[in-house]
Ligand binder design. Sequence first.
Ligand code: F6R
Length: 612
Amino acid sequence: MCGIVGYLGSKEAYPILIKGLKRLEYRGYDSAGIALVNEKINLYKTKGKVSNLETFVESKNIAGTTGIAHTRWATHGEPNDVNAHPHFSDSKELAMIHNGIIENYDVLKEELMKVGVEFKSNTDTEVLIQLIEYIMKVEKVDLVNAVQLAISQVVGAYAIVVVSKKHPDMLIAARNGSPLVIGIGEDEFYLASDPSPIVEYTRNVVFVDDEEIAILKLGEELQIRTIKNQVKTPFVEQLELNLGDLEKSGFKHFMIKEIFEQPKSIRDSIRGRVNVGIDNISMAGIIDFKERFLQAKRIIFIAAGTSWHASLVGEYLFEELARIPVEVEYASEFRYRNPIINESDVVIAVSQSGETADTLAAIKLAKQKGALIYSICNVVGSSIARAADAGSYTHAGPEIGVASTKAFTSQVTVLVLMALLLGRKKGTISETRFQVLLNELNNIPSKVEQTLQLNDQIKEISKIFTYARNFLYLGRGFNFPVALEGALKLKEISYIHAEGYPAAEMKHGPIALIDKKMPVVVITPTSAIYNKVVSNIQEIKTRKGKVIAIVSKGDKLVSKLADYTFEIPETEEVLTPLLSVIPLQLLSYYIADMRDCEIDQPRNLAKSVTVE
Ligand code: F6R
């Protein structure tokens, strides 16, 4: 949460910083601000989106070749102009941007107030920049040392960047728990929360690690030190990121672009892992820890939100195909309940961003207790991927819309591959079944393309439900997690209340909600329990609920009962979530669009949840 960006070089910093903020706006959009060093520090910040900041600075002095900028998702202090970042130190000689939470800010603030420091904002961030300045003054140390000393007193997560009026040729950054990447250009440096603001200027990047401080000075090599002043050699990596993936490319929103990208993103998740000629799956991370996986007494998935729903599909897949007992945990619950974990457990962390604070903390805890940690992340080089013992990237490409779409299907694709690979190695599926499923997985991208042809039909029907107050989503077996995902998509972008339920649980409570105003989305492609779901649909119709059904092509029974039916291509039951989720993504998108909602940046949300 919160996006930070910095520039140091000979170009004008403002356009680079603003463009960078727009790329990072998915991380938060409560307020935005910028500080440019030009004899003094010119600092401008305002409530709202980056576009508000652009309007705000229209007649201001925005010159300067060194600067920092921030887009905020508010934690401490309401989202207003004062609490927006950057924050000045008392003397206005220093300014800082921050992503994360300083947990002991109140203790530090109290001590600083006792010695006369006055605070302008309610933020934890201001406490840190004031502390840095105070240390410089009292301890008579330089800025780098002051940053080191200050952050050694801090409890919490941070990625910070500091500019100084006295050192316009320098930026100092530090990280603990929140992401930070440095781009190295020709006599210039870029800094950001993720590589998207950097990629068009340089592909040489250094991912800063926890408890590291980066000192960026014009005309000098990048220096990295630990908080304890140990010198580190920066590890320069090459970015593999396509600039086109960061643009809307003619689509109205990133979300709809990303929905339509799914044939490609699923193909990319399969690519390089399935050796079509010899019908084999190879996943280096699993091969490296083959024995741990094969002997695992239990697999525990740890995730949040949509990634949790993908993990739930993972539970059905791993139990069905690899016969390994699975538990699926919310990272936020797992980390605070003294879980029983041991060396025979394999923990799989699923995360699009690879930065979700709860998931990261949960895997660190499981690692301490001896479990093998495997990550399934989309963002390459992200904290969760780096903290894990091994892992697989989903290769879905950047997901910018706050509502996760292609990340879900690529996570499920990777989980299918893992379950098939393990099932084959354990002998829990026959060779024939393995080949049938692998073959069908290869057909999924083109079946997703066919499913996307429902677009116009779904758009039309969405009009009818634009004014609904509530929605119920029902599914069973492999499509129960899809029901949860469909409900989450609708509520987060359209603000319509929606609940996902296992279809048979309806009669234990939610059935009381059903009347003629209640739309019920029932996901019931061909499956072993199809007939049971048909009975559930009958129960809804008896109570006059409006049924929107997702069925397999050629379905006759449900089409007669349901008010609206969307047909998806026939596929193997274990792969149905990869198709059945598509109409639900489209339905929520069009309902939200017709309600004029801010689809790519829904209220109160942020893409990367780096706070607890
Ligand atoms: C929903 C959504 C969130 C995320 C959740 C986990 O559309 O995007 O629920 O799925 O915040 O994020 P990651 O996968 O980055 O750990």
